[in-house]
Design a protein around this ligand. Sequence first.
Ligand code: NAD
Ligand code: SER
Length: 313
Amino acid sequence: MTSETILVTGANGQIGSELVLALRKNYGEDNVIASDIRENDTDSRFEILDITDGNKLHEIIQKNKVTQIYHLAALLSGTSEKNPALAWKINMEGLFNVLENTVQHNISKVFFPSSIAVFGPNSPKINTPQFCNTDPTSIYGISKLAGEGWARYYNLKKNTDIRSVRYPGLISYKTKAGGGTTDYAVDIYFEAKENKKYTCFLEENTYLPMMYMPDAIRGTIDLMEASKNTLTVKDSYNLSAMSFSPKEVCASIQKIIPDFSIDYQPDFRQAIANSWPQSIDASVASADWNWKPQFDLDKMTEDMLKNIVIENV
Ligand code: NAD
Ligand code: SER
């Protein structure tokens, strides 16, 4: 069995709740410590941690002899736009605390999730390349781009091994999405199953890059386990699986629930979506560490509708 001890921050969220299970399967139940600002009564290997508290992070790392960190804690795009100052504090101070503790405790590897939100109105919209103009207009995108810069700086100047991907919108059924612009693509499945109708906060032809959670978890762990000398990108890898609009996901659901219906009431998140790419080129990730997605829209729809459990029905 491995001698790694892994700390996951923001572990109660959409990604963390599945990533912790996958890491425990690979590294052993006792070797993965989940942490979050919110309590988790069901997890015996859990620490309460507000990531803006660098001293508490230091104590947890020291007490548990942590060797790797998956740093997920952050505010997502919708929530960030409503409270930019808090988003900056959590997304930036949190990352800075992780990086400083990484150097101090000689942490061997860190995972930091970035986002398609680092791109902006002047980035190419279709098949957005790994290296191109990045001019984010959302505070969330600005914080992720700054985070990528910090990762590159620590890797180059402090000899750390911070690895990162620019996740597209992630879709899953175990834990609902937490305040992002791509959340409609999660909510739509829950509403389809429960009420057979959905009011979408984005316009019908808004194309965004998306990915099913099993692909995201596999990709994350594959990147973290890849040999360091194959990794040419020192800040964050583009990652992609599929691209669709609300109208297309509606049509995919209607193949299984024919009387499902959708209407549209775009809100402030439309402007954020309009500033992001419609599809992403992940060829550098494919070349460097064999990235390849397994789920397309219809395969994901089938799996989502099969697995969503509606409580109190
Ligand atoms: P989420 O909102 O579901 O979960 C985030 C977790 O962080 C929550 O459990 C929350 O309680 C916790 N948290 C908030 N403030 C905290 C603090 N101060 N200290 C400690 N924990 C705190 O988000 P997610 O979808 O699981 O995303 C995880 C990471 O992946 C984030 O960094 C996010 O920006 C990134 N990401 C997510 C997506 C996506 O589509 N889900 C896409 C791109 C990037
Ligand atoms: N899914 C995320 C969001 O919408 C993208 O990083 O905020």
